[in-house]
Design a protein around this ligand. Structure first.
Ligand code: SF4
Ligand code: SF4
Length: 292
């Protein structure tokens, strides 16, 4: 039997829906599931029917942040989630707005939250639903992350979660892991601008990948690329602290990062950095492709 899914939206830009629609094998996936409601896809019910009719389903997907008095169709978003959450076997918060409040929080800090979390704190509007919820943050979330979770739910397999209810299979890595610029990071060779092939984007362009959990450099976007591969710094969008006030800056004190890359002791980092900086690696300081 096909999995029955209801996908509703809170305060959102539609980004996670669009990311999902970009999934490379969407046509195959859509044959396996039935959308009882999705704002952009052909659905069995309207939003009004969704609220009024009685039915059970497998997964409730929530995209977008929660604001208590935000209206969706004929009822408030809060009431809609309250009602639908009772019927769903599992709930997925997709995207950083639904998980942590995301970019909309800066507009109304107090009243905009995620489902379970309010930023880093477990003070979301629906924290009592924790047992049912899986968080897939990202701005937007990679479509394959969502498909992975839906497939695991359908196969009734256990999904191990971290402290922010993110699947470990996807978020145990940092985005730094798998970046093709790692050699530049190790030898402290900086990229001088966006879009170049050479250099690491950490010090001068504010790359957040060493602090950010996600598999963007392992599961590539559109199966070909990632931000850091193309020369754009990671903005840390899968973390509850997203969005930073100064997105393109890595905070430093006397040329030392204010925060160490995740899990790296300060002393070890400083020792390695000192050694790396004392060598000049000819190959890494030249253009990779010489146009002359
Ligand atoms: S560009 Fe970012 S992800 Fe890549 S090596 Fe540098 S810090 Fe790590
Ligand atoms: S590279 Fe960073 S900013 Fe970009 S999607 Fe991945 S986690 Fe988000």
């Amino acid at each position: 039997m096909k999995s029955k899914i209801v996908w509703i939206q809170g305060v959102t830009c539609n980004g996670n829906s669009h990311s999902f629609l970009n999934y490379q094998n969407l046509d195959i996936f859509l044959k396996k599931v039935e959308f009882l409601y999705h704002p952009l896809l052909p659905s069995k019910y309207s939003l009004k029917e969704l609220y009024e009719k009685r039915f059970d389903f497998d997964v409730l997907i929530v995209e977008g942040a929660i604001k208590k008095r935000y209206e969706r169709g004929i009822v408030s978003l809060y009431t809609l989630i309250e009602k639908l959450s009772l019927k769903a076997k599992k709930i997925i918060a997709v995207g950083t707005c639904a998980t942590f409040g995301g970019v909309f929080k800066s507009y109304d800090e107090k009243n905009i939250k995620g489902l379970i979390f309010d930023g880093e704190e477990k003070k979301g509007f629906f924290k009592e639903l924790e047992e049912k919820v899986i968080n897939i943050p990202g701005c937007p979330a990679h479509p394959e992350w969502l498909i992975y979770v839906l497939n695991m739910i359908e196969a009734k397999k256990k999904i191990l979660l971290d402290d922010f209810l993110r699947p470990k299979e996807i978020y145990a890595y940092t985005v730094h892991s798998g970046c093709i610029r790692n050699e530049y990071f190790e030898w402290k060779v900086d990229a001088k601008s966006f879009g170049t092939k050479e250099g690491c984007l950490f010090y001068e362009q504010g790359c957040q990948a060493p602090y950010t959990h996600g598999s963007c450099n392992k599961i590539l976007w559109n199966e070909v690329n990632s931000k850091t591969r193309v020369g754009m710094p990671c903005l840390g969008c899968t973390e509850p602290t997203f969005m930073k006030e100064e997105p393109f800056k890595t905070k430093t004190y006397m040329s030392i990062p204010a925060n160490m890359p995740l899990g790296v002791p300060k002393r070890a980092y400083l020792t390695l950095t000192g050694v790396a900086k004392s060598f000049k690696i000819e190959r890494l300081t030249k253009r990779l492709i010489d146009e002359s």
